[in-house]
Design a protein around this ligand. Structure first.
Ligand SMILES: Cc1ncc(COP(=O)(O)O)c(C=O)c1O
Length: 393
């Protein structure tokens, strides 16, 4: 009965998420096997103690009431300062919208800008939510394909031919989930110049920009001339500060877009949890050495894990520039991505995500999140190598 009554667009939503794969892995754990979890995209580190303390103190002070829909003013001020220092964006508090996690910024962007029949250009490989929301709005997802030959780095040359008079929104994500690849600064500049006179909204998903392992400073596309007014920057505290469960994120956008988001927030969640926003203030005001330490930790794990993957016969993996994901190519083994993740789970007790979840033409790829201990990563590499040996023998 319910199916008949439900909105078809909701029925059509399907996401193979880390949460779903974790559930699948539980069957093997219940049988007594030690599963190594490389499916969920979250840091295994604890939230830095000073941030947790600020949240506790705010709760104890009684900061447990409704607060402004767009966020507490002191937090919006801190984010505006941060935007200048880390991203090169001249933002004021009016440009900042605080949300429970960064994902709602995606939702509000789609609800505000995307109509039936529009085209939305999305990174491929890319975060599956982009496609799901595009389809939910009755728009067409247009894959912006990064190639393994170019280390999955998107260029203007890849983007330019995809833009039509139906293009409403372009999503960029650097460093990227699931490849960890960045868009090089010269390409960001070229893309900004190409888009500066076009009536197209850009959503720049910068949730992993603090977890970039290179020397070149990452500068937001919003910092280029004429781009700030048409770009919505998505960012938050989940990944850089190991705060996935707190749910604290934000967008940086033109004041009139922030105003348009206001009623959507009032109609959905009213405001972001009030005492958690004080933890966010501490995250940006307090010492940053924990973030640096976590980043170095991820970089060391990348070197172990991706180095290990590349030493397994017939496996190749692009070296990620940032984030904590590896996206190896297992095409030689002749299995689809779903078959591969099932095979790896059943034979090596490693939980991962199929590459095909991240876009079109991605059969034969798998995404691993290497945000786990070095011991787990070494064990996973050993198990993987032994399991793969059996595939064609
Ligand atoms: C590319 C990308 N954007 C946005 C998000 C959402 O982050 P949050 O957990 O803060 O909502 C994620 C989380 O996995 C992500 O990978």
């Amino acid at each position: 009965m319910f199916k008949k009554l439900m909105n078809q667009n909701v029925l059509d939503m399907h996401i193979v998420s880390g949460f779903e794969m974790k559930q699948k892995a539980k069957i093997f754990e219940d049988q007594g096997n030690k599963v190594i979890h490389l499916e969920l995209g979250e840091p295994d580190f604890n939230t830095p103690a000073n941030i947790t303390q600020a949240g506790i103190e705010a709760m104890n002070r009684g900061e447990s009431h409704y607060s402004p829909p767009l966020g507490l003013l002191p937090l919006r001020k801190e984010i505006a300062k941060y935007a200048k220092n880390y991203k090169g964006i001249e933002a004021k508090t009016e440009n900042i919208v605080v949300t429970p996690g960064a994902k709602p910024i995606l939702f509000y962007t789609f609800l505000t800008f995307v109509n039936l029949g529009d085209e939305v250009i999305i990174p491929n490989p890319g975060f599956p939510i982009y496609k799901v929301l595009t389809k939910y709005m009755g728009a067409t997802p247009v894959p912006l394909k990064g190639t393994e030959e170019n280390n999955f780095r998107i260029t203007l040359k890849d983007l330019e031919p995809l833009v039509t008079d139906k293009t409403k929104l372009i999503i960029l994500n650097s460093p990227n989930n699931p490849t960890g690849s960045i868009i090089e600064q010269k390409e960001v500049k070229a893309i900004a110049e190409f888009l500066r006179d076009k009536d197209i909204i850009v959503l720049s998903d910068e949730i992993y920009d603090r977890l970039y392992f290179g020397d070149e400073k990452i500068i937001s596309i919003a910092s280029f001339p004429h781009m700030q007014e048409k770009t919505i920057v998505l960012d938050g505290f989940s990944k850089a500060y190991a705060m996935t469960g707190w749910r604290l994120g934000y967008g940086i956008m033109h004041e009139s877009i922030a105003k348009a988001f206001n009623p959507l927030i009032v109609a959905s969640n009213s405001n972001t949890n009030t005492f958690i926003q004080y933890a966010g203030i501490e995250a940006y005001q307090g010492p940053q050495d924990e973030v640096e330490k976590m980043k170095e930790g991820f970089k060391a794990r990348r070197d172990i894990f991706v180095g290990g993957l590349n030493s397994i016969p017939h496996v190749s993996c692009v070296i990620p520039d940032g984030a904590f994901y590896a996206f190896p190519n297992f095409k030689w083994f002749g299995k689809s991505s779903d078959e591969l993740t099932n095979y790896i789970l059943e034979n090596a007790y490693i939980s991962s995500l199929p590459g095909s979840t991240f876009g079109v033409d991605l059969e034969g790829y798998v995404r691993f999140s290497y945000a786990t201990s070095r011991a787990n990563l070494n064990e996973a590499l050993n198990r993987l190598e032994s399991a793969l040996k059996k595939v064609k023998s």
